[in-house]
Write a new protein. Structure first.
Length: 475
């Protein structure tokens, strides 16, 4: 190992390994949004209530967020190959169970297992990038990772709409079943390509169970009230009181474990020792809070207020995915030379696209075609969004020892998942409150305006970090 904790000799198969792991990551992230368009057909097919079916969506995100940091730490200690094989096997079995579910409860349990399995898989992507790539190559690898995150979010409604259109009434089952053959192929590729844990590794393989339980309880107390609100239940809001207490207890425990020479779930000292990492957590969490709910609000507005089909709504949102697909790899190549200024520019571009939608929304009532109203602003927003995710991961993890890369990257992703859950609940609530005025156009403007306010906080955090870096370089 070098001083930076990186391997001296690069693995010649590293780009093929990255391709396989990103394909698996795309599949697990796609399942966050692909089911949104299938909610009506699932409700009808299983003869259940909207609140019950909402747990099919929310339960996945909840279990996903709960497992991320634990999955990252297990990958650091036990080897990423082992965790990917375990996680993908669980994901395949859970997808099969969901597709064959005889009732709603079976489907919800299958989705919880599927989400937990995805939580084991996701941290291995960032951990492997830390392990296999160095210098400018690492930025390009994170560019491909950012491409995967951004495009999976944009393509979820489109792919879901296509499957429903082709498969008919029971098409929602194929949304899950399609994961089985793809997952089996990926399982073979992982077994053949992904490197195992080195025999000489000095990483402590023991899991910090106390830390895992404390952090898991804190995330549960934060996410469960959010997903319960989406289902119409408010009784769990009292759990929010436990969040600061549990986070304080987790921090104290982790510091004590480090002082004793133990292996922490997450070295919380990173937030103090590596300012770029702390900033990355803040920028990413705020960005996903503002960004994720935009798709949900626009999808609901296009279908419920404007009468479009799920496929039509998904296709209208395609320009964002196209813009992100173009920008993410290029941002990955530029970040090593442009630095944190790139994140500031990208957020500015994205916010400009969202602002254009807010300003142009009333023109839909004046006969302006929807494709013209949305295509250019969403393309601009996608180009900006594609330049946020990968540079933020690259810069946040640049000074983190790869031996803690899985857990540190997972903590970043946990912030993103929490932000996404909060953002979806916040924006859809604002939209529904706006509908109470009887003006659907005003409702979508208020929701997207709220998204802009949150994104502006992310911009401020990115700008502050850029200025601090400039001041440090000038000394």
């Amino acid at each position: 190992m070098t001083a930076a904790g990186e391997a001296v000799t690069a693995d010649p198969r590293r780009w093929r390994i990255l391709g396989v792991t990103l394909a698996v990551g795309f599949m697990s992230l796609l399942d966050v949004t692909i089911v949104n368009v299938a909610i009506p057909s699932m409700r009808a097919g299983l003869d259940t209530t909207a609140a019950t079916i909402q747990w099919v969506v929310s339960g996945y995100s909840l279990a996903f967020g709960l497992m991320l940091v634990t999955g990252g730490r297990l990958g650091d200690a036990w080897g990423r190959k082992r965790l990917m094989l375990i996680g993908l096997s669980g994901f395949i079995v859970a997808s099969l169970a969901a597709g064959l579910a005889p009732d709603a409860m079976w489907l919800i349990v299958a989705r919880l297992v599927q989400g937990a399995s995805a939580g084991l898989l996701a941290p291995q992507n960032t951990g492997l990038i830390q392990q296999l790539f160095r210098g400018a190559e690492r930025g390009r690898a994170f560019g491909m990772f950012g491409f995967t995150v951004a495009v999976s979010s944009g393509l979820g409604p489109i792919i879901g709409g296509l499957i429903l259109a082709v498969a008919g009434e029971d098409g929602w089952r194929w949304i899950f079943l399609v994961n089985v053959p793809i997952g089996l192929i990926a399982l073979v590729a992982i077994a053949r390509l992904v490197p195992g844990r080195a025999e000489a590794s000095d990483d402590d393989p023991r899991l910090d169970l106390v830390g895992a339980l404390l952090l898991g309880a804190a995330v549960l107390c934060l996410l469960l009230p959010i997903v319960s609100l989406e289902s119409g239940h408010r009784g769990t809001l009292l759990l929010l009181v436990g969040v600061p207490v549990l986070l304080w207890a987790f921090t104290r425990w982790e510091r004590r474990l480090v002082d004793r020479g133990g292996a922490p779930l997450l070295d919380v000292g990173l937030l103090r020792r590596v300012p770029g990492y702390a900033n990355g957590v803040l920028v990413g969490s705020l960005y996903f809070t503002g960004f994720t709910g935009i798709f949900l609000v626009l999808s609901v507005h296009l279908q419920d207020a404007l009468g479009l089909s799920p496929l039509q709504a998904g296709l209208l949102l395609t320009p964002f995915a196209a813009g992100a697909a173009v920008a993410s790899p290029r941002a990955g190549r530029l970040v090593s030379t442009v630095g944190r200024k790139l994140t500031v520019i990208a957020l500015t571009v994205m916010m400009s696209g969202v602002l254009a939608i807010v300003l142009l929304a009333p023109q839909a009532d004046n006969g302006l075609p929807l494709w013209l109203l949305l295509s250019v602003p969403l393309l601009v927003a996608g180009i900006g969004g594609g330049g946020v995710i990968s540079p933020n991961f690259t810069l946040a993890l640049a000074e983190v020892d790869p031996r803690m890369g899985g857990a540190a990257g997972a903590a970043l992703q946990t912030g993103n998942r929490i932000g996404a859950s909060i953002g979806a609940a916040l924006l859809i609530t604002v939209y529904q409150l706006g509908l109470s005025t009887g003006d659907a156009t005003l409702a979508v403007q208020l929701a997207l305006g709220t998204a802009l306010l949150v994104l502006s906080l992310s911009w401020v955090a990115a700008y502050r970090s850029w200025r601090l870096d400039r001041a440090a370089d000038s000394r």
